[in-house]
Design a protein around this ligand. Structure first.
Ligand code: NDP
Length: 300
């Protein structure tokens, strides 16, 4: 059997079209333009690319986009003051501080300052608590994107065995909560899990969020399972000359070719989970704008 390859790029594009339609409806009916502010501290090139892409996609969806760039030398007090100003700005409904931030700035202090109702990354303890308690809130974008891909592939998820490898606050834990709310029976595995291949083999849904190149092999996967690969790992280019010149390529946490022969569904890297993340960020911004203004969310 060969797995159906889930096209995350196409699904993200569809979601962005839905978000743009919702933004147009909010503007026409309520004069409300959802606004997203992204704060970048320092000049990390990878972060700068992500931030530019977020700004462009926000703009393309007909939403208000603000990018605030602070120098790497900015003090923690300056960064927190910038966040506080955005908390008070009625044109801004979503605030995202691009991580990592320079070492002298505390990520926890930033998350404690972002208004939970504008926390479109879903990383504040309030939103983590809301998710764990089954209350409405803003939840992390990448796990949300994975859930959409799974629902579109499998339909009803209730009763399925889900195994998530990875327990970060950004990915593994919120993914587990979302799948639990979808009535899956959920196991969270991590670096101390015993006999990880056997645990993974129990999964109808296997989500890999580890950060280890191609760790999940074909014999770890139950035939017909849905395999969602969150990992983004840089490895040397296939071509030895290119590799010697320092060229790299991106692979996931799943050994794609061999697992594809066993799984029922699989996400590729790149082009699977990755594109869904920004689309879900835009969706969260629409949700935040609606909730802050007491308006029904056209996206439901
Ligand atoms: P973290 O490094 O925060 O967490 C990794 C998790 O994997 C930890 O819980 C760790 O366990 C576990 N782990 C590490 N090694 C092993 C092992 N050998 N066996 C079992 N478990 C292991 O990473 P993130 O959750 O932030 O990200 C995970 C991956 O997803 C990364 O590649 C990242 O780049 C990618 N990512 C992709 C996104 C996207 O948009 N597509 C968004 C976010 C992340 P322990 O807790 O015991 O140390």
């Amino acid at each position: 059997m060969s797995a159906e390859v889930i096209d995350g790029k196409a699904q993200a594009e569809r979601l962005r079209v839905e978000v743009a339609a919702a933004a147009a409806e909010l503007k026409a009916k309520h004069g409300l333009v959802p606004g997203l502010a992204v704060v970048l501290v320092g000049e990390d090139p990878a972060s700068a690319i992500y931030v530019r892409s977020k700004g462009e996609q926000t703009h393309a969806a007909g939403m208000h986009s603000v990018t605030l760039k602070l120098p790497a030398s900015a003090s923690q007090a300056e960064v927190l003051a910038a966040v506080e100003t955005l908390n008070e700005d009625p044109a801004i409904h979503g605030i995202l501080v691009q991580f990592p931030v320079p070492d002298h700035i505390s990520q926890a202090a930033i998350l404690a300052t972002i208004s939970p109702d504008k926390d479109v990354d879903g990383l504040t303890v309030i939103n983590a608590g809301r998710l764990a308690s089954g209350l409405p809130g803003l939840f992390p974008c990448t796990p949300n994107g994975c859930l959409i891909l799974l629902r579109n592939a499998l339909g009803e998820l209730g009763g399925k065995r889900a195994v998530i490898v990875g327990r970060s606050n950004l990915m593994g834990k919120p993914m587990a909560q979302l799948l639990l709310q979808a009535d899956c029976t959920v196991t969270i595995a991590h670096s101390r899990t015993r006999d990880l291949p056997a645990v993974c083999r129990e999964a109808d849904i296997l989500v890999a969020a580890v950060g280890r190149a191609e760790m999940i092999k074909a014999d770890w996967v139950k035939p017909g399972a849905a395999v969602i690969d969150v990992g983004i790992n840089r490895v040397p280019a296939r071509d030895p000359e290119a590799a010697a010149a320092g060229k790299t390529r991106v692979v996931g946490d799943v050994a794609f070719e061999e697992v594809k022969a066993v799984a029922g569904w699989i996400t590729p890297v790149p082009g699977g989970v990755g594109p869904m993340t920004i689309a879900c960020l835009l969706r969260n911004t629409v949700q935040a704008a609606c909730r802050l203004n007491g308006i029904d969310n056209p996206l439901g």
